[in-house]
Design a protein around this ligand. Structure first.
Ligand SMILES: [Fe+2]
Length: 223
């Protein structure tokens, strides 16, 4: 796990911007896991659990050859996710050790939170090594909700319509939960996001994408 663990109570919380009635465009940020469940608050389109990964973890994951990064695309129960990640690591030749255990344990913890928030026992989890711009256009996902965490490299970018030139970047190791177009209720989600533009930089990101299984579409795109 990251050094912060899951601290009790909100240590910091901020709301970026205020919603227009009937629209969800605010970003809720806090250094506490419970920030993520704030996605259900009126007007909130994205909730970020702000975290700083341990330096030894950053050094370890940054130094891995890209072909040793685990890849996964699977429907999996939240309680089976940690073993699933470990198996993907073994398949990719990701070296065993405390940092690999941190990675698997952390993704499993995020999966548990996603399962609780979205009230589903089954998740669709993708773990991808990304070296292109993936999805470079700002967009809203055509689904209920999606959790993203970039364990290596630059994080997802968020913006309100009209401010695309100065997006908010989710930091490495922070988890962001985004509402999609299919979020229930009357509010329309207008907050946009995209993958950071890294093509040509030589950077390889490691991105975890956790969706509720009821949104699963076999042809779904990663972004
Ligand atoms: Fe997306």
């Amino acid at each position: 796990m990251f050094p912060d663990g899951i601290p009790k109570g909100f240590r910091t919380m901020s709301i970026v911007d205020f919603p227009i009635r009937g629209e969800a465009c605010s970003v809720l940020q806090a250094r506490d896991a419970s920030a993520l469940s704030g996605i259900k608050q009126p007007g909130v389109a994205a909730a970020i659990w702000q975290r700083e990964p341990a330096p030894e973890f950053v050094n370890w994951i940054s130094g891995l050859p890209p072909d040793k990064l685990p890849k996964l695309r699977s429907l999996v129960g939240a309680d089976a996710l940690e073993g699933c990640i470990q198996a993907a690591c073994s398949l990719a030749g990701t070296p065993a050790g405390p940092e690999r255990d941190m990675l698997a344990g952390d993704i499993a913890a995020l999966g548990y939170l996603m399962s609780e928030i979205m009230e589903t026992p089954l998740l669709h989890v993708r773990l991808e090594a990304v070296s292109t711009n993936a999805c470079r256009r700002f967009h809203v996902d055509n689904m209920t909700a999606r959790m993203l965490c970039t364990y290596r490299g630059a994080g997802t970018q968020l913006t309100q319509p009209g401010t695309e030139a100065a997006p908010l970047s989710v930091s490495q190791g922070s988890a962001v939960l985004l509402r999609g177009r299919c979020w229930p209720g009357e509010e329309q989600t207008v907050l946009l996001h995209r993958s950071p533009p890294i093509e040509g930089t030589g950077e390889t990101r490691l991105l975890a994408v956790i969706d509720p299984a009821f949104d699963y579409k076999p042809e779904g795109r990663l972004h």
